[in-house]
Design a protein around this ligand. Sequence first.
Ligand SMILES: NC(=O)c1ccc[n+]([C@@H]2O[C@H](COP(=O)([O-])OP(=O)(O)OC[C@H]3O[C@@H](n4cnc5c(N)ncnc54)[C@H](OP(=O)(O)O)[C@@H]3O)[C@@H](O)[C@H]2O)c1
Length: 281
Amino acid sequence: MAGRYEIPRRTVLAGAAMAPAMLAIGAAGAHATESAQTVHGKVALVTGSSRGIGAATAKRLAQDGYAVTVNCEVNRDLAAGVVREIEAAGGRAIWVQADVSDPAAVRRLFDENDRAFGGVDVVVSNAGVMRLAPFRDMTDADFIRMVDVNQKGSFLVLREAARRVRDGGRIIALSSSITQLRLPTYGPYAATKGAQDMFANVLAKELAGRMVSVNAIAPGVVDTTLFTDGKTPEQIAGFAARTPHGRIGEPSDIANTIAALCRGDGAWINGQTVFANGGIV
Ligand SMILES: NC(=O)c1ccc[n+]([C@@H]2O[C@H](COP(=O)([O-])OP(=O)(O)OC[C@H]3O[C@@H](n4cnc5c(N)ncnc54)[C@H](OP(=O)(O)O)[C@@H]3O)[C@@H](O)[C@H]2O)c1
């Protein structure tokens, strides 16, 4: 029985009726009948998942029952290693080398996912690069690279996700807490991450009625080469000291947050930027 202010479930879930397991990832929002973490027959595609946050997310979603498409730009061995780890733990995964800044490559990435697994329920637009310099020293090449991968690349991935994610699914884009910290040398990078907040909020509205929740996740500092490269141990310790929890983040901290949004009872968080940063902001 629908509540007073609800669209009858029959209307919004017409397409989902043939796939009851979809409730597991929240097609019915507050009505989800299954809040267990393990899903069946669901598929997740995670860009930039050969290492770092993406690799942790691919492994965590596989642990939760998703078949996973792993993606890399250059590190094929690492991507293959993530797939081997998932398979060794009893999961299903493929890896696809595709540069997210190339529209044809992004279409092929989704095509290969669909060929292997028949569709997609969760897309995590995670691939990213960071180049730091004060404005006066930032090169054209570094600026363009960040815009190409982080902003254009994520747009291409989210566009494909908007076209292909099944009803009741999830779309997640990696933003950053740097949009609030706003530190010197981070300006152009932070701008490409702020774009993710806008992408997620607007796309959530565009997908109204399909029970797809779209969010941005904004990690703080996380122990990956993207963050640690070029920093001294003292600088890294400084970030840990600024964090109320007394450490910098691990990739698993972010993977856990993403997994929580993907669960059935995470559906109500929609169109938001979720800060997962140990309290640094
Ligand atoms: N680490 C942090 O402190 C932090 C904080 C806030 C937000 N973030 C965001 O979180 C995301 C992941 O960061 P991370 O720290 O895990 O980075 P990372 O360890 O450097 O890993 C980056 C991943 O992205 C892939 N990638 C890079 N360019 C690509 C392209 N053009 N096409 C496809 N894949 C590409 C890499 O593939 P290859 O291995 O093939 O190069 C790798 O798998 C990024 O969007 C980043 O902005 C990170």
